[in-house]
Write a protein that binds this ligand. Structure first.
Ligand SMILES: [Zn+2]
Length: 256
């Protein structure tokens, strides 16, 4: 009886911990006061409704009890940086998740989408044209995600059910519409700040200083992340973290 009681307490503690929603991190002395304020406001406004349960099915981080983490890259494909990221991931034998823009999957760019999928990375949804979803009505939101997912499916054979909103821009209409469409919103818990810092050393310092168990790391297909990525992987590995594919880290299906 006592054993059972202890087991229940232990399970409850593990469950509570694995469901913990992190505050979103990412900071640098190079980010000015206005930008810091802007980021703080967005992070609070976005994470509070997730913590309170107002937003359902919106992911910030994974299980906080294990030293497992995932790398995610937004805004691919392109003709240059996406290839370089894939080369680095291959060298380091790490699998990433690419939230890709459907509208740029044309002509030669289709090749790099195929390559990402073939090399074991996740090819996920980042809308057709990268709009702020919170500015659109319900049919506009669905159209942006469904058209991109259909294009991805035509290239990889798989319709992604994980999507990331451009600029992290969501509201109740966006979340509810996409939940009803069978899609899960995947945000991030650690912003590398590669989109604003333009300084690979600062990106590495930021990620190393702020990493936690279960973090989902936000990077982009830009030259800053190309330059920072080898050191991000090497330093976090030295610190005892294991990079898992995003679907494995979260224990969820990536494709329909
Ligand atoms: Zn984006």
């Amino acid at each position: 009886m006592k054993k059972l009681f202890l087991f229940i307490i232990f399970s409850a503690a593990v469950l509570a911990n694995s469901n913990l929603v992190y505050d979103i991190r990412g900071a640098s002395p190079l980010v000015d006061a206005n930008m810091s304020q802007f980021l703080d406001n967005w992070r609070t406004k976005t994470v509070d409704p997730i913590k309170s349960g107002e937003y359902q099915n919106v992911i910030v981080n994974a299980d906080t009890t294990k030293k497992n983490i995932a790398l995610t890259f937004d805004d691919a494909p392109d003709e240059n940086n996406t290839y370089k990221l894939l080369d680095i991931l291959k060298d380091h034998q790490v699998k990433g998740a690419f939230f890709m823009i459907g509208g740029t999957m044309v002509d030669a760019n289709v090749t790099v989408v195929k390559r990402a999928y073939r090399e074991g990375h996740l090819v996920l949804n980042h809308t057709l044209n990268h709009p702020r979803l919170s500015n659109l009505d319900e049919s506009g939101v669905i159209s942006q995600l469904d058209q991109a997912a259909t294009r991805i499916e035509s290239i990889t054979g798989h319709y992604p059910i994980l999507y990331r909103p451009p600029y992290g821009s969501i509201n109740p209409l966006v979340v509810n519409a996409l939940n009803a469409h069978g899609l899960t919103t995947v945000l991030w818990s650690l912003d590398s700040l590669d989109w604003t810092l333009k300084d690979p050393d600062a990106v590495v310092d930021n990620v190393v200083a702020n990493i936690r168990n279960g973090d989902i790391i936000l990077m982009h297909r830009n030259p800053t992340s190309v330059a920072a990525l080898p050191r991000v992987i090497e330093k976090l590995t030295e610190m005892g973290y294991t990079f898992l594919p995003l679907d494995e880290l979260l224990g969820i299906k990536p494709y329909r």
